[in-house]
Design a protein around this ligand. Structure first.
Ligand SMILES: *Cc1c(COP(=O)(O)O)cnc(C)c1O
Length: 409
């Protein structure tokens, strides 16, 4: 009872893996989140690129309600019509021919890794197991995905390094070429790194990697869990480079807040995935698929993608202005579309607090970045508001930095 009457006394009974902000929300609408007291926050992180259509999008709400009253779960041993519909939708708009549905991004990556290894195994090359990943990448928190990304702070303490994961330097194509060898199965990368600090591969680099894969019989896996589904202003980030993968993981925006992920592949790359080789109890269940269909039907709209490009252009230009005006706070603006990284000279955790003080929610990121990942539906007016709040956060960070410099002198 105590917890329902005093919602702001945190419980001790959650595993302590998050350093949570002392803030809870009761409801959301569009780009706003509201606390139980009715305080409004401008949500420019969207649950880390998840609520791409904003909170309580009427079509998604309706899809959940309608499906909830009909059927929640059967099993993948039966046909699930909306799974077929969502797979048809996703393949119609991508390089892919086939889809496996999961409940999360990490599971979609797991499926991608398994698909790649099984492809080579089925072709009579069982020695091809190595997945080449890059520094600064993030692929989820399962054992395989932490070792695929290789972030030292995420693997520490979790036992021996899993075999079959190799790492290359972000952006170094020549070094990558030397790494590809007889045991290489696939190259795994985010076309625009999310957690790593919104670092984008160039179009020329992605083309070169595609060519390297073609020449060496290596599969190319993209992790578009964060940068995909409209976030960069194209439906998928790889479209900017015209360098499609063989396998791709998506999630986050796919369910707009309902847990759904998917592993997409060409029919050739998925050749090893035969009956019994993979599965999931919940993956692709009727509830998730109803929301997924509603969500993707919105996300593929050309006018939404054009809107993303317009708002992203505005935000980029304005943030560059802040960089010029606050050189001792903002060092760089990077990323693509509405996956925006602001590299800071002052600690990013402190900056996020200054933003929260202004009722602006932004995400952290590697390389001392903060990320702006607003709903794709953010209007120009709301973008202007976000810039105004970012400016105030910059002022606070600058004041703190100058105070510290004065103190040190
Ligand atoms: C969030 C994310 C994941 C992991 O997704 P989960 O649903 O948390 O498992 C993997 N890759 C990228 C690029 C992500 O942003």
């Amino acid at each position: 009872m105590a917890n329902t009457t005093t919602p702001h006394v945190p419980s001790d009974h959650l595993m302590g893996v998050y350093a949570r902000a002392p803030l809870a929300f009761e409801r959301g609408e569009g780009v706003r989140l509201y606390t139980a007291e009715g305080d409004a926050y401008l949500d420019c992180m969207a649950g880390i690129a998840v609520t791409a259509l904003g909170h309580s999008h009427p079509k998604l709400v309706q899809a959940v309600k309608d499906q909830a009253e009909k059927l929640w779960h059967t099993s993948n041993i039966f046909r699930i019509p909306n799974q077929e519909k969502l797979a048809d939708l996703l393949t119609a708009h991508t390089f892919a021919d086939v889809v496996f549905f999961t409940n999360s991004g990490a599971e979609a990556i797991e499926c991608a890794i398994k698909t790649a290894r099984k492809y080579h195994w089925a072709k009579g090359n069982p020695e091809k197991i190595d997945i080449i990943g890059f520094d600064g990448s993030f692929h989820g928190r399962t054992l395989a995905t932490i070792f695929a990304a290789g972030n030292p702070s995420y693997v520490e303490g979790f036992g021996p390094e899993l075999p079959g994961f190799v790492h290359a330097k972000f952006g170094d194509i020549e070094a990558l070429k030397k790494l590809v060898g007889p045991t290489t199965a696939a190259i795994l990368l985010e076309p625009v790194q999310g957690e790593g600090g919104a670092r984008s591969w160039t179009e020329a680099e992605l083309k070169a990697i595609r060519q390297l894969c073609d020449e060496t019989g290596t599969l190319l896996i993209y992790d578009e869990i964060q940068c995909g589904l409209g976030r960069t202003g194209k439906l998928f980030a790889y479209e900017w480079a015209d360098a499609p993968p063989d396998i791709m993981a998506v999630a986050k925006a796919l369910g707009g807040g309902f847990p759904v992920g998917a592993c997409l592949a060409t029919v050739q790359a998925a050749a090893g995935m035969t009956p019994g080789s993979h599965g999931s109890t919940y993956g692709g269940n009727p509830l998730a698929m109803a929301v997924g269909v509603a969500s993707v039907e919105e996300l593929v709209k050309p006018e939404l993608l054009a809107h993303v490009r317009e708002v992203a252009g505005y935000l980029n230009q304005q943030l560059s202005g802040l960089k010029d005006r606050f050189p001792d706070v903002v060092l760089d603006i990077r990323g693509k579309g509405l996956l925006i990284g602001v590299k800071l000279a002052t600690p990013n955790r402190e900056f996020m607090q200054y933003a929260r003080d202004q009722h602006l929610l932004i995400a952290g990121g590697g390389d001392n970045c903060v990320r702006l990942l607003p709903p794709l539906t953010l209007t120009l007016e709301e973008a202007r508001e976000a810039i105004g709040l970012m400016e105030k956060a910059c002022e606070a960070a600058q004041a703190k930095a100058r105070e510290e410099t004065a103190g040190a002198a």
